[in-house]
Write a protein that binds this ligand. Structure first.
Ligand code: 4NP
Length: 156
């Protein structure tokens, strides 16, 4: 790949799933020596400016990563040109990302788990209205996606 890939992970609120996806990807890219830019955003604006959900911070901390300093933001028109890849955490957000895409979007837009063999079409389930156990599932899913992404990007 000629330029470093720039990846944007997008969920609804940018306080649970996408900050964890970004964190898992950053760690995996670092471990594998892949140069890449990573960020996250939400399709909604309810939590803009807020830190991640404390349960997301706690699971990241338990894995040795701090996401406490992140602040939620909403996806913007510029993101569609700044990022080479935009990953939706579920189908609703994938549809929202497509429907907001400007005509000059250059990003490759896809569902995150489409990159994991055998998990194509599956969502990273929203853990917001559940308990802590849901965040373990989120971490497992985004970590699996991070490993697949880094492997595939390193080969391209
Ligand atoms: P996220 O989770 O999209 O993974 O950040 C959610 C956060 C907030 C809400 C829904 C999902 N909410 O309805 O406020």
């Amino acid at each position: 790949m000629s330029e470093a890939p720039a990846l944007l992970f997008v969920c609804l609120g940018n306080i649970c799933r996408s900050p964890l996806a970004e964190a898992a990807f950053r760690r995996e890219a670092h471990l594998q020596g892949l140069a890449a830019i990573a960020d996250s955003a939400g399709t909604g604006n309810w939590h803009v400016g807020e830190p991640p959900d404390q349960r997301a911070c706690a699971i990241a901390r338990a894995k040795g990563i701090s996401i406490d300093d992140r602040r939620a933001r909403q996806i913007s028109r510029e993101d569609y040109r700044r990022f080479t890849h935009i990953f939706a955490l579920d189908e609703d957000n994938l549809n929202a990302i497509f429907s907001c895409a400007p005509s000059d979007s250059s990003a490759h837009i896809s569902l995150l788990l489409d990159w994991v063999p055998g998990r194509e079409g599956q969502p990273v389930v929203d853990p917001y209205f559940g308990d802590e156990a849901g965040f373990e599932v989120t971490w497992r899913d985004v970590s699996e996606a991070a490993r697949s992404l880094v492997e595939r990007l390193a080969r391209s």
